[in-house]
Design a binder for this molecule. Structure first.
Ligand SMILES: Nc1ncnc2c1ncn2[C@@H]1O[C@H](COP(=O)(O)OP(=O)(O)OP(=O)(O)O)[C@@H](O)[C@H]1O
Length: 218
């Protein structure tokens, strides 16, 4: 699915990751951890560029929602490129019953059943984050890439959402700060630090202390 061989990522003269190599096979569920600024978002952006649009469900750190529009409209936009211009405009003005039903069902699963036609600027931070997640799930893609997609949720809800992500996608790579969720919900954990991969192991072979040690390095 992803094969990185000696990849370096930098912004002008700032090196973020240097000469990293790894492979992610189809079916793997991978948590990406490491302290703030270590390069998780930069790596996810790199991975995004390796995939065709139709393979990818992307959940960005800052949501990218349109605040005056409803949850329905924002979620519908997750698949906008798959519709003709006529279908897209028509559905944005008068939602098609079929699309509305799918999105309603998604919102039920995400605990937002009452919010279908509520505008984003009237939702809480955690509710907005779940709308961004619903927009990614609506794509029904093979690969989910998420940049802290549950950071605004409580741990119980966060775990439920990560389980849903992993059930609905063949492969996932998710940046997380919550080390317990990384261990509980993923098969494999990759940790970044000092421009390198500092740990890459099956979650079943790791403890919370192993991941804490990643954050203690400097
Ligand atoms: N567009 C950009 N232009 C220049 N520097 C950038 C840009 N995006 C990120 N950086 C820098 O690259 C480094 C890695 O940032 P990145 O956002 O990938 O880290 P992160 O691990 O995702 O952090 P966080 O956990 O805080 O979201 C940081 O030093 C950041 O300042």
């Amino acid at each position: 699915m992803f094969q990185l061989q000696s990849v370096s990522i930098h912004y002008d003269d700032l090196s973020v990751l240097t000469d990293i190599s790894f492979e992610i096979r189809p079916g793997e569920k991978v948590a990406l951890v490491g302290e703030s600024g270590c390069g998780k978002s930069s790596l996810l952006n790199y991975l995004r560029q390796q995939l065709a649009a139709e393979q990818l469900a992307w959940c960005p750190q800052h949501h990218g929602l349109v605040p005056p529009l409803s949850a329905f409209h924002n979620i519908f936009m997750g698949r906008l490129e798959q519709y003709s211009l006529f279908q897209a405009v028509r559905n944005l003005i008068v939602p098609l019953a079929s699309e509305k039903q799918i999105i309603e069902q998604l919102l039920v699963e995400l605990g937002l059943s009452e919010k279908l036609m509520i505008s984003i600027d009237r939702l809480s931070g955690g509710q907005q984050q779940r709308v961004a997640l619903a927009r990614a799930l609506f794509r029904q893609a093979a690969v989910f890439l998420g940049d802290e997609p549950v950071s605004a949720l409580d741990p119980v809800q966060g775990k439920k959402m990560l389980q849903l992500i992993n059930q609905r996608h063949q492969t996932s790579v998710v940046a997380l700060h919550d080390r317990d969720l990384a261990l509980a919900c993923f098969d494999r954990v990759i940790a970044l630090g000092q421009q390198q991969i500092v740990l890459d192991a099956p979650a079943s072979q790791l403890t919370r202390a192993d991941l804490d040690a990643v954050y203690a390095r400097r």
